[in-house]
Design a protein around this ligand. Structure first.
Ligand code: FPP
Length: 248
């Protein structure tokens, strides 16, 4: 039997976050409507969730809908919401089979009511599991900062937080990602090399792998390439290479 991804990689990330880009171009190149690209994108979500499980990954975060994606044509936005609804209605078993809990980050309250209800139901039904599939919906780092400031301000007004004691630990508790480890590895597909308002604070020390493949074509080979890149990096977190080698 070939080794599993977990066996193959001794140095592996605990949290991988993916910008699933290129569904539209994938569809265009095949002469298909954009929504077909998104449909194939959802199929690939299933494959990558399985790969993440084989790696024994603690958290997989997927950027599925940004705070800026509301500006897309209405038919594309509703098509994406429908795909998400189908996934939640018909594929909850993927989460149970792989023992993964669902967690949403972003302005969930901006999503259609029936999608919010499905998300809440699935989050509740899977909360007993340890591993996490985190889906970023109506998410953007800048709106995350705005929402964090608002909730921090409320705490200060209630006397629950003294501004003089503010530190990163305190601020982190007000981000959507509260309680989640920072991403160790961020992957963006489709050859684009930017972070597009995704986990800008949490990804401060993340390694970044840019895959040339469109998201529907992002496969095991590409996943392995990203893991190889991660394994080859020395993560110094501001220290010198000598300090890191000496374990201090
Ligand atoms: C970016 O490709 C992709 C999106 C904006 C949507 C991604 C959403 C999915 C794959 C479905 C998510 C569903 C679940 C269940 C998590 P693009 O449309 O910007 O591609 P382009 O840059 O080639 O036009």
């Amino acid at each position: 039997m070939p080794p599993t991804l977990k066996e193959q990689f001794q140095s592996r990330p605990c949290h991988i976050a993916i910008i699933m880009d290129g569904n539209g171009r994938w569809a265009n190149e095949q002469g298909l409507p954009r929504l077909e690209g998104h449909k194939n994108g959802v199929k690939n979500v299933e494959e990558v969730v399985k790969l993440a499980n084989e790696l024994d990954l603690r958290v997989l975060t997927l950027f599925a809908f940004s705070s800026e994606n509301w500006k897309r044509p209405r038919s594309e936005v509703s098509g994406l919401m429908e795909l998400l609804g189908d996934f939640l209605t018909n594929r909850e078993s993927l989460l149970h089979d792989n023992k993964i809990k669902l967690r949403i980050i972003g302005r969930k309250w901006e999503l259609p009511r029936h999608i919010q209800a499905l998300l809440n139901k699935t989050e509740k039904a899977t909360q007993k599991y340890e591993k996490t599939l985190c889906i970023a919906l109506s998410y953007g780092s800048r709106t995350e900062v705005i929402d964090a400031f608002k909730s921090l301000y409320e705490d200060i007004q209630k006397g629950a937080c003294n501004p003089k004691d503010l530190d990163w630990n305190c601020i982190e508790k007000h981000l959507y990602t509260e309680g989640l480890p920072d991403p160790d590895l961020i992957i963006r597909t489709s050859g684009e090399t930017r972070l597009s308002n995704f986990l800008l604070l949490q990804g401060a020390y993340a390694e970044i792998y840019y895959s040339p493949k469109y998201w529907p074509d992002f496969d095991r080979n590409e996943f392995v390439k990203a893991l190889e890149l991660y394994a080859s990096r020395e993560r110094r977190f501001g220290k010198t290479g000598e300090q890191v080698k000496a374990g201090c």
